[in-house]
Write a protein that binds this ligand. Structure first.
Ligand code: HEM
Length: 516
């Protein structure tokens, strides 16, 4: 037995030595390659010890810090290894323009996103179809969002917010402490589903849809970029939820068709039921259903994260809550009549809260594209090879002192006239270059350092809705509550970068006090 134990130990030692040796060789080759075999036309590579892992861990811990640190070292264009993929970052207005306004023949979004999104949204929409079809789908959704529709959304959103605060147990009494992100997630889904998808769908969120969307959401994690296909419990739940949710939408479409002229709502679902592709095909019901899932998922994570940050910022600076309340009293009258669409133009601070929060806490920190053919970077000697992925990070220019004095300070007043922290950039959208990628005319954003809604053919079509939704939520909240930090400090929680959309680290508790 002693001899056998000795034999086993020595085999174990040899295996360990073998692995260590293999790793040492891999690290050695990786380092030598980086130091000696530099192609002068390749963008500089962020130094890393281990192949495949590269800078994945350090990037994943805090992407904005990673971009800032490496920009200081390597300049506006650099490459890092993300899970074995050479990923080239280009920051600043020129970098944003290079990637986001890249040509269809050069850059591709669906090859990156489809593995994640298609099992969640369903077939034939967004990234599971040619880009030209996505452009038409975005156009249908955008056309539905008319001023008339927006006017009808304000009372819907207002009512959802006030009735939520009245019925939710966390807001019972005169004052209390609440973990805000969960509450904002619910308010976001109730307001968005009601306004954009109609009252029939909204009513189903009180029954089955909330849990089903939760299961769908589990397919939307970073790990699924690799394991999207695996027969794992969360993927099974995702697939079941996708089929069930799609069926709920398709049944609702039939119900609404039966209503005919009696259906007076101005939501996107109804608009899609009347929409026809350029080739004469009416949008099929399963595509409408899948677009509805995509729309709600796209809006949910971004708006819910933003509204949570807004409440946390307001709790950080209680005086701003008072300024917002007084702004409404002055502009709308002391009796604070029901909010209307037109009121928001009279509430510049209310608008600035959204703008400033998105500048510092944009939910999308990295936008990726697959490179389709070698792309020379204008104004540099670099050519990005077709084996690379491109990564745009508009948040970098959004927090650059060149454009935003005191960039790390959350200062909504910087967007109002006369502020010493006023952005150093053109503020008049009319002067910006306009372009139509197939879903309506948009400003190109080529020179803008502030692009929380992206730019180019994949730009957000939900910007105006999100603004209206967030501004209504703020206006209704400050009418009802004063907010502050639980410990009375000016601190704020850190950011959770673990999921695809960044959001406040939880728990994120704030104190509320009823005004009356
Ligand atoms: C695309 C941000 C709300 C629907 C995008 C993109 C960004 C963005 C940065 C570009 C992604 C890329 O280029 O890969 C935001 C933010 C929001 C918000 C910050 C809220 C604060 C919404 C809402 C909706 C929506 C409410 C739905 C009503 C979409 C759609 C796309 C998009 C359909 C197009 C995707 C594509 O063409 O590939 N959004 N979004 N978003 N967003 Fe939003």
């Amino acid at each position: 037995p002693t001899a056998q134990l000795y034999f086993e130990q020595s085999v174990g030692t040899q295996v360990a030595i073998g692995i260590a040796g293999f790793l040492a060789v891999a690290v050695f080759i990786n380092v030598v390659q980086q130091l000696l075999f530099k192609n002068p036309s390749d963008p500089p590579m962020v130094f890393h010890w281990f192949p495949f892992i590269g800078s994945t861990v350090i990037y994943g811990m805090d992407p904005p810090k990673f971009f800032k640190d490496n920009r200081a070292k390597y300049g506006d264009v650099f490459t890092f290894v993300l899970l074995g993929k050479k990923t080239t970052v280009a920051v600043g207005p020129a970098g944003n323009d290079f990637i986001l306004n890249g040509k269809l023949k050069d850059v591709n979004a669906e090859e990156i996103y489809s593995v994640l999104t298609t099992p969640v949204f369903g077939r034939d929409v967004v990234y599971d179809c040619p880009n030209a079809k996505l452009m038409e789908q975005k156009k249908f959704m955008k056309i539905a969002l008319t001023t008339e529709a927006f006017k009808s959304y304000v009372p819907i959103i207002s009512h959802e917010v006030t009735s939520y605060f009245k019925r939710d147990p966390a807001f019972k009494g005169k004052s209390g402490i609440v973990d805000i992100p969960k509450k904002m997630a619910e308010i976001t889904i109730f307001t968005a589903s009601h306004a954009l998808q109609g009252s029939l769908i909204r009513s189903k969120f009180d029954e089955s849809l909330a849990d089903l969307y939760h299961d769908l959401d589990m397919g939307f994690t970073s790990i699924n970029f690799v394991l999207h296909w695996a027969p794992l419990p969360w993927n099974r739940k995702r697939d079941h939820a996708q089929r069930t949710v799609a069926k709920i939408y398709m049944d609702t479409i039939k119900e609404r068709r039966a209503l005919g002229e009696d259906d007076k709502e101005l939501d996107i679902l109804k608009h899609l039921m009347k929409s026809v592709y350029k080739n004469g095909t009416p949008v099929p019901d399963h595509e409408i259903a899948h677009m509805m899932i995509a729309l709600l998922m796209a809006g949910q994570h971004s708006s819910s994260s933003t509204s949570s940050w807004i409440m946390l910022r307001l709790a950080q600076y209680p005086q701003v809550v008072e300024d917002l309340y007084q702004e409404q009293v002055k502009a709308l009258g002391a009796d604070l009549p029901p909010l209307q669409y037109e009121d928001f133009a009279k509430l510049p601070l209310n608008q600035a809260i959204v703008k400033e929060t998105l500048r510092l806490n944009a939910p999308i920190h990295s936008i990726m594209r697959k490179v389709k053919q070698p792309m020379p970077v204008p104004g540099t000697k670099y050519v990005v090879p077709s084996s690379h992925v491109l990564l745009a990070a508009p948040g970098v220019s959004g927090s650059d002192p060149t454009y935003f004095p005191n960039p790390d300070k959350w200062d909504p007043y910087r967007w109002l006239p006369g502020s010493p922290n006023a952005p150093l950039m053109a503020q008049n959208n009319d002067e910006e270059e306009k372009i139509d990628y197939g879903y309506g005319i948009v400003s190109k954003g080529a020179a803008s350092p502030y692009l929380p809604f992206g730019a180019g053919r994949h730009r957000c079509i939900g910007e105006h809705f999100a603004n209206l939704q967030l501004q209504t939520i703020i206006a209704e909240t400050v009418r009802m509550f004063k907010l502050s930090n639980v410990d009375g400090s000016n601190n704020i929680v850190g950011t959770d970068y673990a999921s695809l959309f960044s959001r406040p680290l939880e728990p994120a508790k704030i104190r509320w006090e009823r005004r009356d």
